[in-house]
Design a protein around this ligand. Structure first.
Ligand SMILES: Nc1ncnc2c1ncn2[C@@H]1O[C@H](COP(=O)(O)OP(=O)(O)OP(=O)(O)O)[C@@H](O)[C@H]1O
Ligand SMILES: [Mg+2]
Length: 420
């Protein structure tokens, strides 16, 4: 079952990642209810949470009327049914009122490459043919503002426990390790458990303040500053460690990590966030904004209830994303009654992405030595499971079953192509 959830992920939107749209103002002037609805829904998506979007009806004429007296936003989106001549005249009139720096996207109903060329020559940034869909529209806007950097964008994976102590940090650190080692992606673990985080301990490092400096010195924050806060665990893995002290209190504002995560997303291919088990404005915001959310849960009733409530909340706030991935951990504690995998799955309505057994010797050794599981027991089944989860979260899937067939080289090449 775990494999099938992972396999399905390879065919989902894992690969088609869209960079969040920056803090811009967008005004749309639509002619059809369908396009207006899509843009309204797009405005509610997590990738547009920073943008300020207003949707009006009335098409290009309404825009001309509006901007006669008002300044223009960063982006004007115009839906039109007009034929070419009228449209060009209308755009000419509009351009008289456009402030420098304003971009214009036209959504037309004619699939005509010469019209596209003519409009772009006249300064229109993009011509899109209706019907449009939510993620397609966000992708176009994102591309206008992120340009090619949208393609080398980092993936943010948030890992949270359904309860305290269920192994969320251990799973987060080992997945990050897998991603950095197997896929050779530069990966950063961000320890968001400021008072009690264990990333430093787990990697046997005694790092500087790390994430606290990033949060408490927002005015100094840029890519170089964040780079200096990282402590290196290997050629491809670094941690942005928690201070792990209780000298100060950490009542953080909702947007505490926005800037740090924006920087990481634009500078490293993968950031794994170790999110503590709590529900605050900032922790929810971090989960909502992540590209992938992983909930680590143990097979008991409280974990089940919490997993379900977190999934429900995130489903509502992430309507255009797949539901969070669930990893069942500490399965099979001797003499402990458990909720079975099938019952758990049925209740949360999500196939677990991975099932990790309770292995106190392996996990205890790793934890006490400051090592990763793979360093203690390379090639164990648990390490393989975590490797598979890491690959799947990055959209790189080679299941063990596929690996053994003669088609492997071909399939790998195809999946690389798809992912690439
Ligand atoms: N599958 C497992 N089998 C045995 N021990 C485990 C397993 N997973 C995690 N552990 C151990 O459980 C302990 C708690 O793990 P961890 O700190 O990762 O949990 P957490 O959910 O991050 O906790 P917290 O809520 O305090 O942040 C650690 O000692 C870890 O080694
Ligand atoms: Mg933890």
């Amino acid at each position: 079952m775990a494999d099938s959830a992972i396999e399905r992920a390879s065919h989902s939107d894992v690969v088609n990642q869209i960079a969040p749209v920056p803090r811009i103002s967008i005004q749309a002037f639509c002619e059809s209810a369908e396009v207006a609805e899509v843009i309204e829904s797009a405005a509610a998506d997590r990738r547009m949470s920073k943008a300020h979007v207003k949707v009006h009806m009335g098409g290009v004429p309404a825009a001309i009327e509006a901007y006669r007296t008002a300044p223009t936003p960063n982006l004007i989106v115009l839906e039109t049914y007009s034929e070419r001549g009228t449209l060009v005249d209308q755009l000419d009139s509009l351009s008289e009122f456009c402030d420098a720096g304003t971009k214009v996207m036209v959504i037309g109903h004619e699939n005509d490459i010469s019209l596209y060329r003519e409009l772009t020559m006249r300064g229109v940034s993009d011509y899109v043919v209706a019907p449009i869909d939510i993620l397609g529209f966000i992708g176009q806007v994102s591309h206008l503002y992120n340009g090619t950097s949208a393609e080398v964008l980092g993936r943010v994976i948030a890992v949270v426990g359904a309860k305290g102590g269920v192994g969320a940090s251990t799973v987060a650190h080992n997945i990050a390790w897998s991603i950095s080692r197997l896929l050779e992606y530069q990966t950063v673990i961000v320890d968001l458990d400021l008072p009690f985080g264990t990333a430093g301990l787990d990697f046997n490092q005694d790092p500087p303040q790390g994430v606290a400096d990033a949060v408490f010195a927002p005015e100094r924050l840029d890519a170089n500053f964040v780079d200096r806060l990282l402590s290196k665990c290997s050629d491809t893995l670094s941690i942005l460690a928690a201070p792990a002290t209780v000298d100060r209190l950490y009542d953080l504002p909702e947007q505490a990590f926005d800037a740090t995560l924006d920087i990481l997303r634009s500078t490293v291919p993968c950031a794994v966030l170790d999110v503590p088990h709590q529900w605050t404005a900032w922790s929810k915001r971090v989960l909502v904004a992540a590209d992938e959310v992983v909930i680590v849960a143990a097979p008991d009733l409280a974990n089940l209830r919490n997993t379900k409530t977190i999934i429900d909340s995130l489903r509502a706030s992430r309507a255009n994303d797949h539901p969070p991935r669930v990893v069942l951990n500490m399965v099979g504690v001797p003499r402990r009654p458990e909720i079975s995998l099938s019952e758990f799955t049925k209740a949360i309505e999500v196939d677990p992405f991975g099932v990790v057994p309770f292995e106190p010797k392996l996990f205890g050794t790793a934890a006490n030595n400051g090592q990763m599981l793979a360093e203690v027991e390379a090639g164990s089944k648990i390490v393989e499971t975590l490797d598979d989860i890491g690959r799947a979260l990055m959209g790189r899937v080679t299941s063990r079953r596929v690996k053994k067939t003669l088609l492997t080289p071909l399939l790998e090449r195809l999946s690389r192509k798809k992912a690439g």
